[in-house]
Design a protein around this ligand. Structure first.
Ligand code: CA
Length: 212
């Protein structure tokens, strides 16, 4: 059993989570608590106040950032042990975190930060049982304003192993749900028809062509 466990621990995989949480506000602040591994120990707390959109990395975790700005990483960027130590920042990345706005005379609003007019990735390292793990969070903000959409995130389950930004993405659930719902409707309808015809309610696999 011990042998099995140790063998298994060497085979990591990418654990992916769909989010789709809008972080735009002109009123009450919006929060999102990110838990990479669903152990109820929060890994990143996001806050958006309308004036700034920041990330608070918990515990000993770190975010790929510099000069108080979270770096907007391109799809395919490696996030891992080879990332330079200086590219990591701990703790609270608030006012300049992802993006922020300031009103300057005579009243223009200027937004700064790397997450403006872009869809990009945050690189993250966080800890599970004192072992470092690497992950990414995809944030989309197609506008030149403060805020964004936390789209999804993923992490490598094997400790100490890097992850490529964007790796592990599963097509958005909306599509999957639609397909599944459509298929279920077909099956139910088909069963009903068979039942009405007095035929045994065997069905499922061989639904008529054209439903794909
Ligand atoms: Ca956690």
């Amino acid at each position: 059993m011990a042998l099995w466990a140790s063998t298994c621990a060497c085979e990591g995989f990418i654990a992916y989570t769909w989010v789709d949480k809008g972080m735009y506000t002109a009123g009450e602040p919006i929060g999102y608590d990110l838990d990479f591994n669903r152990d109820s120990i929060l890994d990143i707390i996001f806050t958006s106040t309308g004036m700034w959109f920041g990330a608070f990395i918990q515990g000993e975790g770190q975010i790929n950032a510099g000069g108080g700005e979270v770096r907007a990483l391109a799809d395919g960027t490696l996030v891992g042990p080879d990332t330079p130590a200086d590219d990591w920042a701990q703790g609270y990345l608030g006012f300049l975190g992802l993006n922020s706005s300031a009103t300057v005379p005579p009243g223009d609003v200027i937004s700064t930060g790397q997450f403006l007019n872009t869809t990009a990735y945050m690189g993250v390292q966080f800890y599970i049982d004192d072992l470092v793990h690497y992950g990414w969070v995809r944030i989309s903000n197609p506008y030149p304003v403060t805020g964004g959409i936390i789209m999804d995130f993923a992490y490598e389950t094997e400790p100490g192993v890097g992850i490529i930004a964007g790796a592990g993405v599963i097509p958005e659930p909306a599509t999957t749900t639609l397909l599944f719902t459509g298929l279920m409707a077909l099956i139910i309808r088909s069963r009903k028809q068979k039942a009405e015809q007095g035929v045994a309610p065997y069905v499922a696999q061989g639904a008529p062509s054209g439903e794909r």
